[in-house]
Design a protein around this ligand. Structure first.
Ligand code: HPA
Length: 244
């Protein structure tokens, strides 16, 4: 079994000193870190210095590189804004579903060019098994959120946030689509740990500068992920990719 973590905003650096590895993919090269004494790969979604805007991330290359390395289980980590007053900044939650409001991104391998056209079934975009494992490792019940992905890099208007609330979204971010979709297309079991950095536009007078996760919370998230990796039983992970 091979594992990976995809870290986002505020999570680029935990393994900065780890040996890096360049993986060639049909979509371009990807730099990954292979931390010593650990049994997982670490991929910094925005590049190692947070240089890549959400719509410019090479999502297909990232996921392909993980597949190339034989990765089966992935925890993504994303910074999100909260649409719920009671899901306050500093909270951790897990994703259970998504709404896609992005445009123009390369969001499939099965586009009829690279691979024959195929339609992925999407009842469970996120692995309920990995979610449960993380919750157990975390030691507290965690809210399961509907994640709405915006195009970014700007934040939302207050009117947009009202619409997103009506649509049933709980948190907003800019990167999890197409990451989760591509992972599923290649049969990876994927779960998303969200850390809330702010209440969204309109819920506060002004959205404050989005701060990084506090160091102790960051450590706790990583420890819970590592513990989850240790307890994975592939026979309990269930089927993942279904085509309609
Ligand atoms: N909106 C979109 N993406 C985000 C936010 C937000 O308020 N906070 C962190 N990522």
């Amino acid at each position: 079994m091979t594992f990976a973590i995809i870290g986002g905003t505020g999570f680029e650096d935990p393994f900065k000193e780890a040996p890096s590895q360049e993986i060639k993919t049909p979509f371009g090269p990807v730099d990954l870190l292979a931390p010593q004494d650990e049994d997982f790969y670490f991929l910094s979604r925005h590049g190692r210095n947070h240089g890549l805007a959400p719509h410019k991330i090479n999502y297909r290359a990232n996921i392909w590189a993980l597949k190339e390395l034989g990765v089966d289980f992935v925890y993504g980590i994303c910074a999100v804004g909260s649409l719920k007053e009671d899901l306050a900044p500093g909270s951790i939650c897990l994703a259970k579903d998504f709404i896609d409001q992005t445009w123009g991104r390369e969001d499939t391998f099965f586009d009829g060019d690279f691979r024959p056209l195929a339609h992925l079934e999407m009842t469970q975009p996120y692995s309920p098994y990995l979610n449960e494992l993380f919750e157990e490792s975390w030691g507290q019940e965690l809210f399961r959120a509907v994640y709405l992905c915006t195009q970014g890099p700007r934040f939302e208007s207050a009117a947009e946030i009202k619409v997103y609330q009506l649509m049933g979204a709980h948190v907003v971010g800019m990167t999890n689509v197409p990451e989760v979709v591509l992972a599923k297309e290649l049969g990876l079991h994927y779960s998303l740990v969200c850390h809330v950095t702010n209440l969204c536009t309109g819920l506060v007078d002004r959205v404050e500068e989005v701060g990084p996760l506090a160091p102790d919370q960051k450590k706790r998230v990583l420890e819970a992920i590592k513990k989850s990796f240790k307890h994975i039983d592939p026979s309990r992970a269930g089927g993942n990719t279904h085509w309609v």
